[in-house]
Design a protein around this ligand. Structure first.
Ligand SMILES: Cc1cc2nc3c(=O)[nH]c(=O)nc-3n(C[C@H](O)[C@H](O)[C@H](O)COP(=O)(O)OP(=O)(O)OC[C@H]3O[C@@H](n4cnc5c(N)ncnc54)[C@H](O)[C@@H]3O)c2cc1C
Length: 487
């Protein structure tokens, strides 16, 4: 019989939920916990996405966990390799035994009187709703809708006689061999799909409304390989991780400080890769500054190689309408296609869609403010694992999990049962939580909690600062209110 009351309930068995469980076991071994996972398997993103070529777009030395070295020589890894790493991690620490699959959490109600959450989950196998209680709720449910991706309305869509597929719904029966394929989009998914599909298709066209910054990096990391041969695995991993963290931070800072020079550098490396086969303007020269949107990474310049060899091409234009045989563009050009892939992005979803109530009142996330980028103002005993937009997700999630453990230990030591961030600083001003101009952010940012103008309400998107804030700063700062309502 599985217990129905736990000290900590984790929602989601993806990269961050498995990491959270590890940290809890290691730092708070006396706490009971369970992971409620809506799907029938672990891995989240890396299990859901099955499109050809799916891979990381940040290096595995920082996307891997701090506590479990990534030993595969590939620094940019394929989806199945990342999924295997997550499965092995869950098994190695016995975390897999704590996962309750097919439990989609739909509601969580906090009672200050009882200092606990009542969590409702729909059980896929029976359709029943089960209720569990916990002292602390740790939501590791990612940031997007698992049900469907984002597809804009395309005029004439129903007329197209070929197949239309969103990468989130990719299935093995999709036939690409010898086909004319149009991939709509210019983000990470599009630049991954195009060279991979171009290996089998008659031709692949990447159709974009506007260009994105694309950077080519070697698939493997020579320094990491050198160190792995000479040092202990753990030491080699730790050094490589720091090297990549610092390089990533320096590159980001350079781009934000010197956007004109950074743009010249980024567009210049694409020009060299394309060797005059395609104009970088308009196809690879974005109108925005580097890091106003996420920069796309292509390993070993595979996208550029496919374009140079004529297996793939890029068209920058607007869609007028789908036709029976392809896509008509505003310029009047038509693209003939057998298969259209809408790599048009994700639908953002907060907290895995679960509704939150505090003492009978529904929480409107847009009225709250992020505390240290991982709790919400006026919502007690709840944390969220959300990663960086400008660096690997895991870097922030590891720190968040460590902080949650420190918080739980502090509460135990002082006999508190409730902790709650309060916006008690009169000088605090509200700002949007992410300053990205990407479509998927603009579409839903108004529904998200805000960030504040000062610490601890500000999101720095900076690993070094977050280490100070989450690993070393005082737990009992002025914003965090502790209490023992029923004590
Ligand atoms: C195609 C793609 C490539 C990416 N590549 C990178 C990369 O290279 N580097 C990087 O840093 N980031 C990348 N990201 C971001 C990526 O999502 C994170 O790196 C990371 O995998 C997220 O892990 P997570 O556990 O927080 O969320 P997810 O992987 O989304 O896992 C969340 C889990 O929670 C479960 N869940 C959700 N809602 C509920 C609910 N209500 N009840 C119960 N369970 C629920 C889901 O089923 C899922 O298993 C990528 C994202 C995508 C889509």
């Amino acid at each position: 019989m599985q217990p129905s009351h736990l000290d900590v309930l984790i929602v989601g068995a993806g990269l961050s939920g498995i990491g959270a469980a590890y940290h809890l076991q290691a730092n708070c071994p006396n706490k009971t916990y369970a992971i409620l996972e809506g799907r029938e398997s672990l891995g989240g993103t890396w299990d859901l996405f099955r499109y050809p070529g799916i891979r990381s777009d940040s290096d595995m030395y920082t996307l891997g966990y701090s506590f479990r070295p990534w030993t595969n020589p590939k620094a940019i890894a394929d989806g199945p390799e990342i999924l295997a790493y997550l499965r092995e991690t869950a098994e190695a620490y016995g975390i897999d035994r704590a996962i309750r699959y097919g439990h989609r959490v739909v509601r969580a109600r906090w009672s200050s009187k009882d200092a606990r959450w009542t969590v409702e989950a729909c059980v896929a196998s029976s359709g029943e709703t089960v209720r569990l209680t916990c002292r602390f709720l740790f939501v590791c449910a990612g940031y997007f809708d698992y049900g469907e991706g984002y597809t804009p309305e395309f005029a004439g869509r129903e007329q197209f006689r070929g197949r239309i597929v969103h990468p989130q719904q990719w299935s093995p029966d999709i036939d690409c061999d010898g086909k004319r394929i149009v991939v709509i989009g210019s983000g990470a998914t599009a630049v991954t799909l195009v060279p991979e599909l171009a290996k089998r298709a008659a031709h692949v066209t990447m159709l974009q409304r506007s260009p994105t910054y694309v950077v080519s990096l070697p698939e493997s990391d020579g320094i990491a390989d050198w160190m792995r041969k000479r040092l202990r695995i753990g030491s080699a991993y730790a050094i490589t991780r720091w090297k990549n963290v610092l390089l990533g931070m320096a590159f980001y800072a350079y781009c934000r400080r010197f956007p004109v020079r950074a743009k010249k550098f980024l567009v210049g490396q694409v020009r060299r890769q394309l060797r005059g086969k395609v104009d970088v303007d308009p196809h690879f020269t974005p109108s925005y500054k580097p890091w106003d949107q996420r920069i796309c990474l292509v390993p070993n310049g595979d996208l550029f190689e496919a374009i140079r060899e004529g297996r793939a091409s890029v068209v920058t234009d607007h869609i007028d309408a789908f036709t029976e045989t392809g896509i008509r563009l505003r310029s009047g050009q038509t693209l003939e296609a057998d298969l259209i892939v809408t790599a048009t992005g994700l639908k953002l979803k907060l907290l895995g869609g679960l509704e939150v109530e505090v003492d009978g009142k529904r929480v409107d996330p847009s009225k709250t403010m992020f505390y240290k980028g991982m709790m919400w103002s006026d919502v007690p005993n709840l944390a969220l694992a959300l990663g960086y937009t400008n660096a690997s997700w895991t870097l922030k999630c590891d720190l968040t999990s460590e902080y949650v453990c420190r918080l739980l230990q502090y509460m135990d030591e002082h006999g508190y049962t409730q902790c709650c961030p309060r916006k008690n600083d009169p000088s605090l001003k509200e700002e949007p939580v992410i300053n990205f101009s990407s479509g998927y952010v603009r579409r839903s940012i108004d529904e998200w909690p805000r960030q504040g103008s000062v610490t601890p309400w500000r999101l720095y998107q900076n690993y070094a600062l977050d280490r100070l804030l989450l690993r070393h700063a005082r737990i009992d700062d002025r914003a965090m209110e502790f209490s023992t309502p029923n004590g």
